[in-house]
Design a protein around this ligand. Structure first.
Ligand SMILES: [Zn+2]
Length: 63
């Protein structure tokens, strides 16, 4: 699923509370792990921006 980042700070998951709140990646569908870097992004899903792995953000289209 395509996604692109919006102007939101990158977040690093450092605790279990954040892990449970974020649940899983909207881009690749895999659960997050402690230590993952995630970004809030818009994509092919409906509704508000969601958290995805930073590595799932295509960097080639950023300005
Ligand atoms: Zn992902």
């Amino acid at each position: 699923m395509k996604a692109h980042s919006i102007q939101t700070p990158v977040k690093n998951i450092t605790d279990r509370e954040a892990l449970m709140r974020l649940k899983r990646c909207a881009a690749c569908g895999n659960p997050f792990n402690l230590g993952d870097t995630v970004v809030l992004a818009c994509g092919g899903w409906e509704g508000p921006p969601k958290w995805i792995h930073e590595e799932n953000v295509p960097h080639s289209h950023q300005h």
